[in-house]
Design a protein around this ligand. Structure first.
Ligand SMILES: Cc1cc2nc3c(=O)[nH]c(=O)nc-3n(C[C@H](O)[C@H](O)[C@H](O)COP(=O)(O)OP(=O)(O)OC[C@H]3O[C@@H](n4cnc5c(N)ncnc54)[C@H](O)[C@@H]3O)c2cc1C
Length: 481
């Protein structure tokens, strides 16, 4: 019997556990260790954050789903990996900590780390809803708070006041600009729908060098025979909606009603706001790795930013010298053949956007995104490899390189079945490959963008489809990632 342990019940870990369970015989076990009792379809938090959805529509309890599927569930946060076991047994295990502080050992034969990001609001003074002065939509709870704050602003505007809205990222090294972008266009739409748009000033603040960079060095989108840089695509979208923007910015402090920020040229400035939704930077969740004799071996398994080292080429080299095939393919730890990382938990080998630093030494450049589609695809691929290895394969045979994978991003820009709209962007590959596609790094026939009502319908369908799949309802395995 083999024990597969998956850390994290999110987009990547849940997918990995579900497929591993489906593909493995019942004489093997699959266990998910995760600190939250609920699954969250994170992309739809955006709609919770503008008050259009209740949090119950983007979450569901995992325990009944796992009961039905035959997946064991440990409601706890992984703290330490003991990949060589301890002196008593030599069995690898994870030390997990429940909410009440009790710890337990979860033994494994194969481990998939899919712990996602730690939300590092602490990296910017005053950032975030928990003790800070800005909103977030990273969790359903944060999104509910954002929606309530938005309601208050709308009430003030209905009484005749003018209000300033600031949306974007709250640190120079953030990723996930796409999520903040989706929030700002939804917010703008919502203010129009509620009849107060004329009293709102809306500003986008980002660490991107140009609009539409998204941590992917931008895109060249084909549409009706024309190729449009994503910077133009986004600028046009903002201009049409009367949204101002500040690019190349690192927010270094959020105070009640104003942010202080630095831009790449080294100058500093401030921006007042009445409502700010600023995403935090991400790191790994801070797992430690401990050797058999109790020594700390964290740096052998993890990068300094807490993300796990996998089969990528992490050699330090100038930006111009990196290659698409530096990116990982199997997500296997180079140290331990039975340990993998999936989704946001793996360490990217390098930035995709050009790394830039201000004259003051402040890094202002987006980190590479790992969105839902690649995260789930990687989870499924890793599960396939693990199942094969349990069946006797000596190494992982299944690959899912982000340099050989496309992604679809449908960014809702107004949630209404008749008047809504969405910006749909398809890219292939996610990580540009200038050897295969010298002009733009991506396949011009498979990289395109379009704005329209159809995109909104697709987004709604995807919301229901992905939640259906995550609930492991009949036929779930046929729904693509
Ligand atoms: C607001 C927002 C909107 C987004 N919109 C989109 C979108 O429209 N399209 C898209 O493709 N992507 C979108 N994304 C990105 C998408 O949500 C992520 O790509 C995806 O969730 C990553 O999957 P993951 O499994 O790596 O991490 P997560 O889904 O975050 O899951 C991580 C899991 O690990 C658990 N965990 C944390 N710490 C521990 C621990 N110590 N031990 C065990 N478990 C732990 C967490 O509780 C969680 O269950 C959005 C992200 C945000 C924040």
């Amino acid at each position: 019997m083999s024990r597969v342990v998956v850390l994290g019940g999110g987009v990547s870990g849940h997918t990995a556990a579900a497929f591993a369970r489906r593909w493995l015989g019942r004489d093997h076990s699959v266990t998910v260790v995760s600190p939250r009792p609920e699954y969250n379809w994170v992309p739809s938090n955006i709609w919770v954050g503008v008050g259009l959805m209740k949090p119950q529509r983007v979450t569901f309890p995992l325990a009944p789903v796992y009961d039905r599927a035959g997946i064991e569930f440990v409601l706890a946060a992984a703290r330490e990996l003991h990949p060589d076991g301890d002196l008593d047994t030599g069995t690898p295990y994870v030390l997990a900590e429940a909410a009440d502080g009790t710890t337990s050992k979860v033994p494994y034969d194969f481990l998939i780390n899919a712990t996602g990001p730690a939300l590092r609001f602490d990296k910017t003074e005053g950032l975030g809803p928990d003790g800070g002065h800005s909103e977030s939509v990273c969790t359903p709870g944060h999104a509910v708070q954002a929606a309530a704050a938005l309601d208050e602003e709308v009430e003030r505007m209905r009484r005749g006041e003018r209000r300033k809205f600031l949306v974007g990222v709250g640190h120079g090294t953030c990723t996930c600009e796409g999520a903040a972008f989706e929030y700002i266009v939804n917010l703008e739409f919502e203010l129009r729908r509620r009849g107060v748009r004329d009293r709102a000033e809306i500003t986008w603040i980002t660490n991107e060098y140009e609009l539409g960079d998204f941590g992917m060095a931008g895109m060249h989108l084909r549409h009706k025979g024309y190729v449009t840089p994503s910077s133009t695509f986004n600028a046009s979208l903002f201009a049409e909606r009367g949204i101002d923007w500040i690019t190349r910015a690192h927010v270094h402090r959020v105070e009640p009603g104003r942010i202080l920020y630095e831009t790449l040229d080294g100058s500093t400035d401030e921006q007042p706001f009445d409502f700010a939704m600023l995403l935090p930077p991400f790191t790994g969740v801070g797992l430690k790795a401990i050797g058999r004799d109790g020594t700390d071996i964290t740096d052998r398994l993890f990068m300094p930013n807490g993300f796990m080292r996998v089969d990528a080429d992490y050699t330090q080299k100038p930006y111009a010298e990196w290659k698409a095939d530096d990116w990982p393919r199997t997500y296997q730890s180079p140290e331990y053949a039975n340990v993998f990382a999936a989704g946001i938990a793996f360490a990217p080998p390098h930035a995709i956007s050009v790394p830039r630093t201000s004259p003051n030494g402040t890094v202002i450049a987006p980190a590479p995104p790992r969105t839902g589609m690649p995260s789930a695809t990687i989870g499924k691929t890793v599960a396939r490899s693990v199942v094969d290895m349990i069946g006797g394969a000596s190494e992982p045979h299944h690959t899912a390189s982000m340099a050989d994978m496309g992604a679809a991003c449908v960014a809702s820009a107004g949630a209404n079945p008749f008047t809504g709209t969405a910006a749909s962007m398809i890219v292939y590959p996610i990580v540009p490959d200038y050897e295969r596609f010298p002009e733009y790094g991506r396949d011009p026939d498979r990289t395109f963008g379009e704005i329209g009502l159809a995109g909104h319908w697709i987004k709604i369908i995807l919301h229901h489809l992905f939640l259906y799949k995550a609930r492991l309802r009949p036929g779930w395995q046929h729904i693509p990632e």
